[in-house]
Write a protein that binds this ligand. Structure first.
Ligand code: B12
Length: 280
């Protein structure tokens, strides 16, 4: 029996990429496709193998994605305000096998960190950072749907940042990284009043509430938020992290919260919390 095949356009739709990106995967030998009656066809088995990264070509691609200086290229596009070029870097890295998660953590974030360092050193004007922020917002908007995992949800997590904390890109990326691991995320964004946290908790009955703090100046606001929110929770833990919360001591100064050092640990912690709430 011949195996099921889809057109390259359908394969692109399923992968959540533009047709030209899927075509580049074929040209680079990462995705196997054959032309029949002038139309590129992809066997379902090849598409599944590409998606899981289990073909040698996809693995080679993934290796190249880590090796190539994609973050430097992204930085170069962001500082000159080249939105199309920045998306081109995303497409290039993905054609080379990078996952959307890696685009956030190994391409976009390092580029932003460099911009922050150069701004702090007085080498870049703040307007450059604002312009780069606008571009990254759009990149996140385009990449976001690719983080949604099909299948049964593991539950819902409320994510936000305290009043005054304007670093919203961080919250958006964090929310997507959690979605990619099967969680539904009620993303309240940055600069979130305590009332919005209350409303979200009441509405979605989350497994946990995640508070992100990027700027150390916002630690007092985080303390205030957690002091207000803690007593209103129905046993759900308050998980706190982000650039400004870089140790258990800093987290303890915020209050009765659990410190989580990074996103991987957060995914593990949420699994433990969810298992506990199921058996309780
Ligand atoms: C873009 C940016 C801005 C933009 C924000 C735009 C936006 N809408 O997000 C603008 C220009 C508005 C801005 C403003 C300011 N910024 Co600013 N900004 C940055 C910059 C360059 C990038 C931030 C970013 O998006 N990083 C990318 C993310 C994804 O990286 P990340 O932090 O690693 O995030 C991951 C983890 O932290 C983790 N995580 C996050 N939350 C949580 C929670 C939990 C529980 C867990 C487990 C994990 C987790 O997951 C994330 C995803 O992987 C940083 C530089 C940097 N080093 O980050 C400075 C930076 C954060 N900003 C800084 C400062 C000082 C400011 C200002 C105070 C400047 C000023 N004087 O006006 C203001 C005001 C901020 C405020 N009121 O809160 C400093 C903070 C230093 C400090 N004191 O702590 C930095 C570090 C720059 C620097 N080198 O000095 N900023």
């Amino acid at each position: 029996m011949p195996s099921e095949s889809v057109t390259l356009q359908q394969a692109a739709d399923e992968l959540g990429v533009h047709y030209m990106t899927a075509y580049r995967y074929v040209r680079h030998g990462q995705l196997t496709a054959t032309k029949r009656d002038g139309i590129w066809q992809v066997e379902r088995t090849d598409l599944d193998a590409f998606r899981s990264g289990s073909t040698p070509a996809a693995r080679r691609g993934a290796g190249r994605a880590v090796e190539a200086p994609w973050a430097d290229r992204m930085y170069a596009r962001l500082v000159v305000g080249d939105a199309n070029g920045a998306w081109g870097v995303v497409e290039g890295a993905m054609a080379a096998g990078a996952t959307p998660q890696k685009i956030y953590t190994e391409v976009v974030s390092p580029a932003l960190v460099t911009i922050g360092e150069r701004w702090a050193a007085g080498e870049l004007d703040i307007s450059v950072e604002h312009r780069a922020t606008g571009i990254v917002q759009r990149l996140i908007g385009r990449l976001g749907p690719q983080f949604v995992r099909r299948g049964r949800s593991r539950g819902t997590v409320v994510v936000g940042a305290p009043r005054g904390e304007t670093h919203s890109l961080v919250v958006s990326m964090l929310a997507d990284l959690l979605r990619a691991t099967g969680w539904d995320v009620s993303d309240l964004g940055a600069d979130t009043p305590a009332e919005s946290f209350f409303a979200a908790v009441t509405e979605v009955d989350p497994v946990a509430v995640v508070v992100s703090v990027t700027n150390v100046d916002n630690l007092p606001a985080a303390r205030e938020l957690c002091a207000q929110l803690g007593p209103a929770l129905n046993g759900q833990p308050l998980l706190v992290g982000g650039r400004a919360v870089d140790s258990a001591e800093v987290a303890a100064s915020i209050g009765d919260v659990r410190w989580v050092p990074d996103v991987d640990s957060l995914v593990g912690e949420l699994a433990v919390v969810a298992a506990g709430s199921r058996t309780a």
